[in-house]
Write a protein that binds this ligand. Sequence first.
Ligand SMILES: [Zn+2]
Length: 92
Amino acid sequence: MPLTPDQQQTVATHLNTRGQAPKCPVCGASNLRVLPDLTEVSIDTGPDAVRHLVNVECKYCAHLLHFSARAIGVGPEAEPDAAETDGMDGQA
Ligand SMILES: [Zn+2]
């Protein structure tokens, strides 16, 4: 489930309003890009438990940073009225 351009902007605004301007921890560059695709990772609280991560890519060295989609308010967990109960990639 990719992020819409508006959701990508929400992530960028979130990062730009939290303390220092975001920089790549590897090379120090500040030209980061919010990617539209989320990463889904399994967590150990149940067989169907997943967490969605926002991917932010350094355009200079290509390092990927991950941020919690739920905490930023984008992605599946942030949309209670769109919650689906009939399995979302429960098989790994
Ligand atoms: Zn970098």
